[in-house]
Design a protein around this ligand. Structure first.
Ligand SMILES: Cc1ncc(COP(=O)(O)O)c(C=O)c1O
Length: 422
């Protein structure tokens, strides 16, 4: 994006400021200047070779990697400034979780998501998936059933099964291009062994946010059957087009009773490589105490210095960077939608209401999944995520990560057009 457009983007999304300038007492952001924020350029193509990137590690033959969910944009300048400032302080000794960490999360939940959270409900979590795995261990026994609602992030099922629990699919219903939860199917499959449900709120890979009615109904069913809801909200800061995210535990008393939220700025501020920039919110005291003592007994309750700095800096500063990022992502989505409607390649993208992942329906091509994936990777030279990996309902789909400069996206679309045009 040209600098002019970036500034314009800021104006059009309406700037909000979490903290008034100067209210941030520590030296974390003292080296941050207004110019550094304004100079931020999402159009800049950054060479990630030699940075141990998992995403680029798979692109060994000149492919454009658009699979694993990190973005090719430089991290939020406030976070970078906070990390650099601390590196200058020399000593990296054992570190405690400061109140600023909890305050930053509480402030963010209140001001960005409209959810008033009691500070006691918030705890550090050692990465969203790691922390969810600990919840499976703490609250279920081997052989117990945990429900997932595919198509959904593949690491839910992967770790449920690796940890000796049984993952049960309650596939979503796709009707007129819209996904719904199958509540009848859910009621029918619950039995004595069913102890938990993992909710992807918002859903990756389909990019959908859930409305209040759906979440309330889900909470009611789960409360009635004594089922804990693990709500993964890692993509929630990136709701687009003015959509508001609804934190699961905020929707009803039942949801606050059965729900445990796991989230963090990992996706929204592009921090995946820091590992563990996460937190949990557990309103129910009994569950919270059990879970927190489980983490302590596993020695998983201590964040690293970079984790603390990154979470605080991401959540306590003004929202200019993330608002501009969302604006840019919306531009990329519109480009993808326009491209596939112009070129008629037999592929239909779902316009996501959240995050930088586009779920593309390729079923009209009639290709077996392995051939579809090979054609994208080996012929078009674009690496996408395999829809079939997200469980039942994912066959015939691919997921495209469009968290990249527009020029990279355009290059990938040109390659796809060349390969798939009739
Ligand atoms: C829905 C969802 N949850 C969790 C993760 C990973 O979280 P973490 O790196 O904190 O384990 C991802 C990463 O793509 C994701 O999409």
């Amino acid at each position: 994006m040209e600098r002019r457009n970036f500034i314009k983007g800021l104006a059009s999304v309406g700037l909000t400021t979490l903290l008034p300038a100067g209210a941030f007492s520590s030296a974390l952001v003292s080296c941050m200047s207004e110019n550094q924020i304004e100079d931020y350029d999402f159009d800049k193509v950054i060479d990630r070779t030699g940075t141990w990137s998992i995403k680029y590690g798979r692109a060994t033959n000149g492919e454009i990697p658009m699979w694993i969910a990190d973005m090719d944009f430089a991290t939020d300048p406030f976070v970078k400034a906070a990390l650099s400032a601390r590196l200058d302080r020399d000593v990296m000794g054992y570190t405690t979780t400061p109140p600023e960490f909890i305050d930053a999360i509480a402030l963010w939940m209140e001001q960005y998501h409209g959810y008033q959270v009691d500070r006691e409900w918030i705890n550090y979590a050692p990465g969203v998936i790691t922390a969810m795995n600990q919840a499976y261990l703490a609250f279920t026994n081997p052989g117990d059933k945990i429900i997932v609602q595919p198509p959904v992030y593949d690491h839910f099922k992967l770790y449920i099964e690796r940890l000796g629990r049984v993952a049960v699919d309650n596939p979503m219903i796709l009707e007129n291009g819209q996904y719904h939860m199958d509540f009848d199917g859910l009621e029918q499959m619950i039995d004595d062994k069913t102890k938990m449900l993992v909710l992807c709120n918002p859903n990756n890979p389909c990019g959908i946010h859930w409305n209040r009615e759906t979440l309330v109904q889900l909470a009611d069913i789960c409360e009635r059957h004594g089922i804990i809801v693990i709500s993964d909200e890692i993509h929630s800061d990136l709701t687009l087009y003015g959509v508001r995210h609804l934190p699961f535990c905020s929707v009803s008393e039942a949801a606050a009773k059965v729900g445990m939220i796991f989230s963090g700025p990992t996706k929204s501020f592009n921090l995946a490589g820091l590992t563990g920039t996460a937190f949990c919110i557990i309103p129910d005291q009994t569950k919270r105490e059990k879970y927190v003592s489980w983490l302590k007994n596993s020695k998983l309750e201590e964040p690293s210095i970079p984790t603390l700095l990154a979470v605080i800096a991401a959540y306590r500063n003004d929202t200019r960077w993330i608002e501009a990022l969302k604006h840019y992502i919306e531009g990329n989505i519109e480009r993808v939608v326009e491209f596939f409607s112009t070129h008629q390649l037999g592929m239909t993208p779902h316009r996501p209401s959240t995050s930088f992942l586009v779920w593309i329906d390729c079923r009209n091509l009639g290709l077996p999944q392995d051939q579809l994936m090979a054609r994208f990777k080996d012929k078009a030279k674009v690496i996408l995520s395999n829809g079939a990996g997200y469980g039942p309902g994912g066959e015939g789909f691919v997921r495209m990560n469009i968290g990249c400069p527009r020029a990279t996206l355009n290059q990938a679309l040109e390659r796809i057009e060349k390969e798939f045009k009739a």
